[in-house]
Design a protein around this ligand. Structure first.
Ligand SMILES: [Fe+2]
Ligand SMILES: [Fe+2]
Length: 389
């Protein structure tokens, strides 16, 4: 079972990787591209043609949310940009409690449609499924789902053949997610040691990460962005100001307004952050290109402005990476709606009016519009992560 970390030791899985079945050394591929070539390869084998869907959901232990992450699907995907609390899907929770057992279902049409997940699969004609929790070092990373429109697909000899492949997918997904968790862990450690004490409270980081995710989710639906992108923006948004560690206390903690020289030094937090990210990528050996790029872009471009008046580089419009534009809106929205030593919290309506008034000037209008479209959820985030002080 994967439960004790044996995914990485699984003989069959290693054999597949070593045998070049999967080009996991190709770091330019996104995780979704890996899944797609993996499914295409598998489907080309005799008896495996009806493997219609491979999907990975990621688990966030902090919120108990299970979220769609990546898929390779024959036809339209039944489910995208979807999340659900694990506590609300006891059938999956049970697999985790049992230490990572697999679940094989021969005919989904017999199943009561309790969740949107089941409803969507039934609607799209999926009949059988194989599910495996991804647990490594005692931590749950998510689930792998293999589905077929053929009833009873995962049985007999075929089930034996499928098992090692499911494990390879789990292994790849865990690797991808561990990179993100390592980045986050390293940055949190750095932030904790340096005790950034000004306005960057833990509450701010949590809220702005969720606002970034809501914005990215809305944009994903409108523009067809991947769930992987949404998840990575959420994971890395809290690292936007990691470079403040390099700003001297006399400036970072100064109670009054900053003069021009001090402001210039404060702005250097972006450059310090970029240098830190490069060190993290190098020292942690994190080579997954897309992840590293998203983190880099968030740190480097969260103070750029749509009209080119921002810093450090004065990029403008779509020349600013999308993740930077998303985080810029989320960061300011939280700053406005939170109390700071020098100001009261603005109401949500006041903050929305401000964002709208600066859309097309300071902010990407589509990002502003996307966050505003998710304002009910944003209100819930604000209440959930209220600052204690
Ligand atoms: Fe910043
Ligand atoms: Fe911030």
């Amino acid at each position: 079972m994967i439960g004790d970390g044996s995914a990485l030791r699984s003989y069959e899985a290693q054999k597949l990787v070593q045998g070049g079945f999967l080009e996991i050394s190709d770091e330019d591929k996104t995780f979704k591209e890996h899944l797609e070539s993996f499914r295409a390869e598998l489907c080309s084998r005799a008896g495996m043609e009806a493997l219609d869907r491979i999907a990975v959901a990621t688990y966030d232990p902090e919120t108990d949310m299970l979220k769609t992450f990546a898929h390779a699907t024959e036809g339209d995907p039944p489910l995208q940009h979807y999340d659900v609390r694990l506590a609300d899907v006891p059938s999956l929770g049970r697999l985790v409690e049992e230490g990572g057992t697999e679940r094989v279902m021969g005919d989904l049409s017999d199943l009561p449609a309790w969740t949107r997940h089941t409803q969507a699969l039934q609607r799209d004609g999926y009949r059988s499924s194989y599910t495996l929790p991804m647990i490594y070092d005692g931590e749950l990373y998510g689930f792998v789902f293999f589905n077929s429109r053929q009833p009873g697909f995962f049985s007999g000899e075929r089930l034996e053949r499928v098992r090692p492949y499911v494990r390879v997918v789990a292994l790849l997904a865990i690797n991808a997610m561990r990179d993100a968790r390592m980045f986050r862990g390293a940055a949190r450690t750095a932030i904790a040691f340096s005790a950034i004490r000004d306005d960057e409270t833990g509450g701010h980081l949590q809220r702005m990460a969720h606002y970034s995710r809501l914005t990215a989710l809305e944009l994903a639906e409108r523009q067809g962005l991947s769930d992987e992108f949404v998840e990575l923006v959420y994971q890395f948004a809290p690292l936007h100001d990691v470079g403040k560690i390099g700003v001297p206390d006399r400036i970072l903690l100064k109670p009054g307004p900053l003069d021009a020289d001090e402001m210039a030094e404060m702005r250097q937090h972006v450059a310090h952050g970029e240098a830190m990210v490069e060190t993290m990528i190098r020292e942690l050996g994190l080579h997954a290109t897309e992840q590293a790029d998203i983190l880099r872009n968030i740190v480097a471009s969260h103070h750029e402005a749509w009209d080119g008046s921002g810093y450090l580089r004065g990029l403008r419009g779509e020349g600013i990476p999308l993740e930077g534009r998303i985080v810029a809106v989320a960061d300011v929205f939280d700053a406005l709606t939170s109390e700071r030593p020098y100001k009261k919290a603005w109401s949500i309506d006041e903050a929305v009016a401000f964002l709208r008034s600066k859309a097309g000037e300071k902010f990407d209008p589509e990002c502003v519009d996307a966050l505003c479209a998710r304002m009910d959820e944003a209100r819930a985030v604000r209440l959930r992560f209220l600052d204690s002080g």
